[in-house]
Design a protein around this ligand. Structure first.
Ligand code: AMP
Ligand code: MG
Length: 419
């Protein structure tokens, strides 16, 4: 079987469509952080969003310590002629400080991170000394005041350690632990409810009759949502019946911060979802100048935000990544971070119609000289989920651009961490 790519006039320029940037700005304007704060233990704070600033409880490092394995001494004992000779009188190991005070002409053995003894202000690394019995001879050129870490060099007591709105990562967990902080106040997890619409959809384990397909979107959505710190509620598949859709929206909206549906927002079979929504809340039906993912419904259902994503599986994913994810981050109380883009040389010629932004599926790698290159996954139909699975990046082709010639530079969004 040969696979061909078809373009329909539906894909062409539409003056009523809004750009991705306009859609994002509209979504941003309507999204506010969900109310509610809870206190969680340090390890449960991963990926949660800080509700308040966390201040440093202490200086880090707390005391002067050595940056090297070597010998601690006083700079004033350095012989200007070179070849300084110092008497070894003790040692300071990590966790076992030297209890005495250094006298004139004395030094101690010291290890990295070990506390500097009183009377010493300098460390010489062990490779720069000679040992002569219990006397240490310093190499010429050894300086005073070197290789000593000062208290508060890393963090000062009272500093804002982590600011409100920060989504806590592994480094932050370590930073909090280094301050002896056992609990933090974080924002409540937003409740996100979703369901699929479509009479053709069946659940895994059911036998498919002609015209029926498995519902994949609900499982994709579940996986995409698990990457974010939200509470997930799955309402299953709702048939294309006005009463059933109305009831599903009523059930979802009162208990959720966000409701997501897939399917039923394009022209044709959209009518039930559209009529129902119009009777319940303030929903806009948007055409977005992008591919995949042109139709999108967005607005409010009572106190919940609503996203009606297109049913085609790749469109569901693209609109989630581009619109739902940043809205959810804001709902979680974090400032949305735009996905990182990088420039890569395109290995293929890509077809593209001016007047919409394309997010084509690509495979990002490096050429022989280590520079980023990206190749297409092939068929770009919004139903071709296998090519989304093969992709590790989206190739962004700007609104006004036409075809991309082989060898030109393009913007790509790596999908690592996003899907
Ligand atoms: P719709 O947006 O409802 O017109 O659906 C567009 C296309 O996506 C149709 O081919 C649907 O069968 C398909 N589709 C809709 N919902 C799902 C789903 N949950 N899982 C897999 N395919 C879907
Ligand atoms: Mg449908």
């Amino acid at each position: 079987m040969t696979r061909t790519q078809t373009t329909t006039c539906m894909d062409e320029f539409d003056p009523a469509a809004q750009t991705v940037e306009q859609a994002l700005a509209n979504i941003h304007a309507l999204t506010e952080p969900a109310r509610g704060i809870e206190r969680v233990g340090l390890r449960d704070a991963l990926d949660r969003v800080l509700a308040r600033d966390v201040h440093a409880a202490m200086d880090v490092p707390p005391e002067r310590n050595s940056a090297m394995d070597g010998y601690a001494f006083a700079g004033r004992d350095l012989d200007p002629e070179g070849g300084t000779r110092l008497k070894l009188t003790g040692q300071s190991l990590a966790g076992h400080p030297f209890s005495g005070t250094l006298g004139a002409g004395e030094c101690i053995r010291i290890m990295t991170g070990a506390v500097m003894p009183d009377g010493a202000d300098s460390v010489v690394m062990q490779e720069r000394v000679e040992i002569d019995g219990d006397v240490i001879v310093l190499a010429p050129g050894t300086g005073a005041g070197e290789n000593v870490r000062l208290p508060g060099q890393d963090v000062c007591r009272g500093d804002v350690l982590l600011g409100a709105g920060r989504a806590i990562n592994a480094a932050d967990i370590g930073l909090l632990a280094s301050q002896g902080i056992a609990e933090v106040d974080v924002r409540r997890r937003p409740v996100v409810t979703y369901f699929s619409t479509g009479d053709e959809l069946r659940g895994i384990g059911e036998v498919l009759a002609s015209g029926q397909i498995y519902d994949s979107n609900r499982h994709t959505l579940h996986a995409l949502l698990r990457r974010l710190s939200v509470e997930i509620r799955d309402m299953g598949v709702i048939p294309d019946e006005p009463q059933a859709i109305l009831q599903a929206f009523r059930d979802a909206m009162d208990t959720s911060d966000m409701v997501i549906t897939t399917g039923g927002v394009s022209v044709g079979d959209a009518d039930y979802v559209k009529q129902t929504l119009e009777s319940l809340g303030r929903i806009d039906f948007w055409k977005i100048a992008m591919k995949p993912g042109r139709p999108l419904a967005f607005g409010r259902l009572g106190n919940a935000l609503f996203f009606g994503l297109p049913g085609n599986p790749v469109s569901t994913m693209a609109t989630f990544i581009l619109f739902v994810r940043p809205s959810l981050q804001r709902l979680m109380g974090a400032e949305p971070r735009e996905p990182l883009t990088l420039r890569a040389r395109c290995l293929n010629r890509l077809r593209k119609t001016p007047g919409r932004t394309d997010y084509q599926r690509g495979i990002l790698s490096r050429d022989e000289s280590g520079r980023p290159v990206v190749g297409t996954t092939g068929l770009q139909g919004s139903h071709v989920l296998s090519s989304m699975s093969r992709a590790n990046a989206l190739i962004v082709i700007p609104l006004e651009a036409g075809d991309v010639e082989e060898g030109t530079e393009v913007d790509v969004i790596p999908l690592d961490g996003l899907i």
